[in-house]
Design a protein around this ligand. Structure first.
Ligand code: TYD
Ligand code: MG
Length: 455
């Protein structure tokens, strides 16, 4: 029989090569090619069509127990998880360094421990003294959780195997964990995967809820193999601007709940505070109406969040090239809106510097914000403040029409709840909402008249 051909498979993309190379020719990742187990005489002769156990099929409507969820003690965390922690679930918590992952998990772990949960917190990044100091700062030093600094998965599982399994196991972070079954330094793809595999297996077997902290790379992916995201039940991402207070906990994948729920927190001196009314966070400090400021009802998952859009226009005397600077919005979209305003309304921005900012460090990507941005720009250009109790929503097309947006009734209701009196938006985009007057702006051409009329 001819010698079986060797094959090398990339662990990142699944690409196949006939010889080993340092870099995968398909996805250009380094050190990801591994040799596939060669075909033996036995496997060549037998296929998988016999010799197994027969499966018992079930129907979809067979009765099942409702999930027994445990609260994390933080309502916003529970909300993002879809109602709390499920026994035996494995959660990956991603986020940039310093965003507050350890703080959030310490707060949740302490709250669960105080509510009679058995919690083990393993820190691979910080010494126990550091974690204790943080707990003291958070006012949680008296929480009866079990703390350890360790990086060896074998040590962790040996210790846990001796007693009753805990309700919650936090491992901060998976990139510091090391499995001695595999060569390589902690943080390498194979180490991360092997360590996560062992910890997840422990969670599934014992019903312990496992939370793994994962670092993110520069491009926002969780460092380590993609496969880590497939192995866990839920992937949460903790986001925010480090220079700003607010943090958003988003679920990117959740086998036990919806993925469009978010939790909002503010980082304060004593840890993360829950923000049950996010709009108040982004609208604070708006007393006097100022030219160039418009309020837009953004959506975060299924939750409306009112944010303020600020525009500043500075006329240039010299013929220097004017700057356009955008924070929190897409600069390409700003250029498009400026072009639409120039060509459809006859406004001129060509000799003016345009600055656009979304207040509070919030990031908008929703095209529904177009109208609010346009209103802020026109208001700044005309130096006329918009009515402070009005919100703006609508997508602006290249022809200058204003288009309806998704979830408009949710957005309008939130605005009414916060005391806004009127909303401006597309024709037939308005829903009946109590105590909120809805006005069609028509197209952007009539926007200028509207802005001039408000005072
Ligand atoms: P941390 O939880 O260590 O972040 P991560 O684990 O995601 O790397 O949080 C670090 C930042 O949070 C740190 O820069 C200081 C800030 N912080 C506060 O502002 N208030 C607090 O009470 C705590 C504990 C941290
Ligand atoms: Mg940390």
């Amino acid at each position: 029989m001819a010698k079986p051909k060797r094959r090398y498979i990339c662990t990142e993309c699944g690409g196949v090569s006939s010889r080993w190379q340092g870099q995968c020719p398909d996805c250009s990742e380094w050190n990801t090619l591994v040799e596939e187990a060669p075909e033996t005489k036995f496997t060549a002769k037998h296929d998988l069509s016999s010799g197994g156990r027969a499966l018992a099929f079930e129907s979809l409507d067979a009765p099942t127990k409702p999930l027994d969820r445990r609260s994390t003690g933080l309502a916003e965390f529970d909300r993002a998880l879809g109602g709390g922690l499920v026994p035996g679930c494995a959660i990956l918590m991603g986020g940039e360094p310093g965003i507050g992952k350890s703080t959030l998990l310490l707060q949740a772990a302490a709250a669960i421990a105080k509510a009679d949960g058995d919690v083990v917190y393993v820190s691979g990044e910080e010494a126990t003294g550091q974690v204790r100091m943080r707990a003291k700062r958070l006012g949680l030093a008296d929480a009866p959780l079990k703390l350890a600094a360790a990086t060896s998965v074998r040590d962790i599982l040996t210790t846990l195997g001796k007693g009753t399994p805990p309700d919650l196991l936090v491992v901060d972070s998976i990139q510091t964990m090391h499995s001695d079954m595999i060569d390589g330094a902690p943080g390498t793809v194979s180490q991360v995967r092997a360590s996560a595999f062992e910890l997840i297996r422990y969670a599934k077997e014992t019903g312990t809820c496992l939370v793994l902290v994962g670092h993110v790379t520069k491009d926002g992916n969780i460092a380590g193999p993609r496969v880590l995201e497939h192995m866990v039940d839920a992937v949460m991402s903790f986001e925010g601007e480090r220079s700003h207070q607010y943090r958003i906990l988003r679920s990117l994948k959740n086998r036990f709940g919806a993925v469009d729920e978010i939790g909002v927190f503010a980082m304060e001196g004593h840890g993360l505070a829950e923000v049950s009314n996010p709009s108040s966070l982004f609208l604070s400090g708006r007393e006097e109406p100022i030219a160039g400021s418009a309020v837009f009802p953004a959506m975060e998952g299924t939750r409306p969040v009112l944010v303020e859009i600020q525009a500043l226009i500075v006329r240039l005397q010299s013929g220097a090239t004017p700057r356009r600077a955008v924070v929190g919005w897409d600069s390409g979209r700003l250029a498009m809106l400026l072009a639409v305003l120039e060509s459809r309304c006859g406004l001129s921005f060509s000799t003016a510097e345009v600055y656009l900012n979304v207040a509070g460090g919030y990031r908008l990507s929703d095209p529904a914000a177009d109208l609010a941005v346009a209103a802020a720009l026109v208001s700044a250009l005309a130096d006329k403040p918009l009515a402070a109790d009005t919100i703006w929503l609508g997508e602006v097309s290249l022809s200058g029409e204003v288009r309806p947006v998704a979830h408009s009734s949710l957005r309008l209701r939130e605005a009414a709840k916060l005391g806004f009196k009127s909303a401006s938006g597309p024709v037939d985009g308005g829903q009946e909402v109590k105590k909120l007057r809805y006005t069609d702006v028509g197209g952007v051409a009539s926007l200028v008249d509207r802005v001039m009329a408000t005072a």
